[in-house]
Write a protein that binds this ligand. Structure first.
Ligand SMILES: O=C(O)CCC(=O)C(=O)O
Ligand SMILES: [Mn+2]
Length: 199
């Protein structure tokens, strides 16, 4: 297990083999089938652009979430997402009522630098990120401060990364393109969204 405290006090905890390889293999195969993967779009400067990945939002009924200025109603928990949620609530010691599943079909798929700093996540959200499939680069950069002060973690099959403290206030993160990667990668970020009406 590795722990980091970044400037400002945000925390990262990486458990490399949170799921043993055989178990991670089973979750990868099951979740590829179980999740209704969707192509979502974002509108930038009036242009509708396909996100460079597939995704799906799941959770308790009242865990409604705005992402990229769009309201997302969660799809129900699938059997393997529920199993992961239970294991995470036990191992991390926090509650999670929703998960964003991302499917990077190859190294051509990516996620731009952003912070999960939406109001409904609260000021210091604990976000538990499970990685499956080929190892993926995960970049962090301070929101303010010196350019070039990026850090890169490698998130392997079965690993768990827990982001906490004021990390989302001070830092952005994202998944860069990796031209030499042809394999698929899945990522599941479990969150606690303030139930609608109480945000
Ligand atoms: O795939 C990753 O590690 C990043 C996912 C992420 O940042 C998100 O779902 O908000
Ligand atoms: Mn994120």
């Amino acid at each position: 297990m590795s722990n980091w405290v970044l400037e400002g006090g945000g925390t990262l905890e990486l458990r490399e083999e949170w799921l043993p390889v055989r178990v991670a293999d089973q979750f990868l195969a099951a979740l590829r089938e179980e999740i209704p993967w969707r192509q979502n779009h974002v509108t930038i400067a009036g242009k509708r652009i396909a996100e460079p990945r597939l995704s799906s939002w799941h959770g308790d009924e009242d865990a409604v979430y705005t992402y990229a200025r769009e309201l997302h109603r969660p799809a129900p928990w699938t059997p393997h997402l529920s199993l992961l949620r239970e294991a995470l609530e036990r191992d991390v010691g926090s509650r999670f009522n929703s998960v964003l599943a991302n499917r990077y079909r190859s190294g051509q798929d990516a996620m731009g630098m952003h912070a999960d700093d939406e109001r409904e996540l609260g000021p210091e959200p604990i976000i538990a990120s499970v990685s499956l499939g080929m190892t993926r680069a995960f970049q962090l950069a301070p929101k303010k401060g010196r350019a070039g002060e990026r850090r890169t973690l490698r998130l392997a099959h079965g690993s768990l990364l827990v982001m906490g403290g004021p990390l989302q206030r001070d830092w952005k993160h994202g998944v860069p393109r990796e031209a030499h990667v042809f394999e698929e990668r899945l990522n599941l970020t479990f969150r606690y969204v303030a139930p609608r009406g109480r945000a």
